[in-house]
Design a binder for this molecule. Structure first.
Ligand SMILES: Cc1cc2nc3c(=O)[nH]c(=O)nc-3n(C[C@H](O)[C@H](O)[C@H](O)COP(=O)(O)OP(=O)(O)OC[C@H]3O[C@@H](n4cnc5c(N)ncnc54)[C@H](O)[C@@H]3O)c2cc1C
Length: 408
């Protein structure tokens, strides 16, 4: 349990036992940061380390705040730009390789969708004048992406945008956690989270065994697993959380040479092609108000592949390496939330922006935890990130006594 005896003169260096539920994007990043800060961390996930059931595994890894801007609030865009500054530092601390690129992104549209494109250009100019945005004519477009010239005669270049190798990051974080000696319970389905006095408790099912873990604090990063339909009552379901289905393709197209993410402006869907390493491309992503996690539909596959082909005919010969469908965790206002109780912190609702904003979310969760450790009042104004990501009090109540938490 907590060791309160290590106070130094200037910095209080308490170390706590912290259980993190969910080892997707947030869970892994938080576990790394907290273990490095000297805490004892236990990570629990219903999946194994490959995390194939997480949104993080399915994602495209785009870090494109302006690309998202017309469909999200300004705080997400601001967190995205701040996170773009923080990512290189975070990645430099990982010994494993990962893929991070900040070579800008391109917006293009076909002639029939020119109105939509122009509307976007005007929107960015009026709402985000402080960020760079260059309208390119055909020659300039050819200079930047020579293989796009056949299909488009203009484009919008957003030089600050980036992307990250999401699966490589998950692997690098898993390796880091191993080096840091973090205990990781795989295939551990959490069905209870509780707090009482100086304790917290996590109950989980591993194989046929039901287990109890006692710790000081719990951080719940279950993503879609915290929805009311997926979580037991005892595991603090988040009633307002929903899932938004997304589908994408991973293609192998060695004959296509694009160097940066390309977003195809379309009035009905937001499609992008993101070049990864060694001839791989991600083509995504649909956004469907559905909690159905079934494999990709024919309609989505036709829309995604015909869009890719319309951007670059070279995709006709690409191999389909994977089709992915997964759920994004989102609250009804599509905003991420940090909810605190005395000993339990829940962070969720990263929606389609998990990688885009994760470094800022990490900072804000760290701030909230420090306040919890010190039993200080949480003031939004004290954290530089409070204006973008407020910390709210959770409404969960804990009426049961710990003794009622028996193992079946
Ligand atoms: C198709 C698609 C494309 C995307 N593209 C992008 C993109 O380009 N850029 C971007 O920024 N974001 C993108 N996202 C969004 C991003 O992936 C998510 O916002 C992010 O992964 C959310 O992180 P998380 O840690 O909250 O949840 P997750 O990454 O989903 O992790 C949750 C973890 O909790 C575990 N879990 C759940 N329930 C339990 C339980 N009861 N017990 C134990 N463990 C449990 C799960 O197994 C999982 O490992 C995309 C998402 C999808 C689906």
């Amino acid at each position: 349990m907590g060791n309160d005896s290590q106070a130094s003169v200037s910095v209080r260096t308490h170390s706590y036992h912290i259980a993190i539920v969910g080892a997707g994007l947030l869970g892994r990043m938080l576990a790394t940061e907290l273990a490095r800060s000297g805490h004892q961390v236990t990570l629990l996930d219903k999946d194994n380390r490959l995390a194939k059931q997480s949104a993080a595994y399915a994602a495209a890894g785009l870090l494109t705040p302006l690309g998202e801007a017309m469909h999200c609030e300004a705080n997400i865009v601001a967190m995205g730009f701040e996170s773009l500054k923080l990512w290189p530092k975070l990645l430099a601390q990982l010994s494993g390789y990962t893929f991070f690129q900040q070579a800008g992104a391109l917006m293009v549209s076909h002639e029939q969708d020119a109105d939509h494109y122009q509307r976007y250009v005007r929107f960015l100019a009026s709402h985000y004048p402080e960020h760079q945005c260059q309208s390119l004519n055909r020659e300039q477009l050819l200079a930047l992406e020579p293989e796009l010239g056949r299909s488009f005669h203009r484009g919008l270049y957003l030089p600050e945008e980036g992307q990250i190798g999401n699966r490589k990051l998950l692997i690098a974080l898993a390796q880091e956690l191993q080096h840091l000696g973090v205990t990781w319970h795989e295939q551990a389905q959490v069905d209870g989270i509780h707090q009482q006095g100086n304790h917290s408790l996590v109950r989980y099912q591993q194989g046929k065994q039901q287990q109890l873990l006692e710790c000081d604090y719990v951080i719940d990063c279950r993503g879609c697993g915290a929805r009311a339909s997926q979580s037991t009552e005892r595991a603090l379901p988040l009633a307002d959380l929903r899932a938004v289905r997304g589908e994408l393709f991973q293609l192998f197209a060695p004959d296509v040479h694009l160097h940066r993410p390309v977003r195809l402006m379309h009035p009905r869907y937001q499609l992008y092609i993101a070049p990864k390493t060694h001839g791989y491309y991600v083509v995504g992503a649909t956004e469907i108000e559905s909690e159905d996690n079934a494999p990709m539909t024919v309609r989505s596959s036709m829309e995604l592949l015909s869009a890719a082909y319309s951007v670059h005919p070279g995709f006709a010969e690409a191999n389909i390496r994977q089709h992915v469908s997964q759920l994004r965790p989102a609250f009804s206002d599509n905003q991420p939330k940090v909810l605190v109780n005395e000993r339990i912190l829940q962070v969720n609702g990263l929606y389609r922006h998990g990688f885009l904003i994760a470094p800022v979310v990490l900072k804000q969760v760290h701030y909230a935890l420090n306040q919890m450790f010190n039993k200080d009042k949480i003031s939004q104004a004290d954290s530089p990130y409070g204006r973008w990501l407020p910390i709210n009090q959770s409404e969960a109540s804990f009426n049961e006594h710990l003794s009622q938490w028996s193992i079946n």
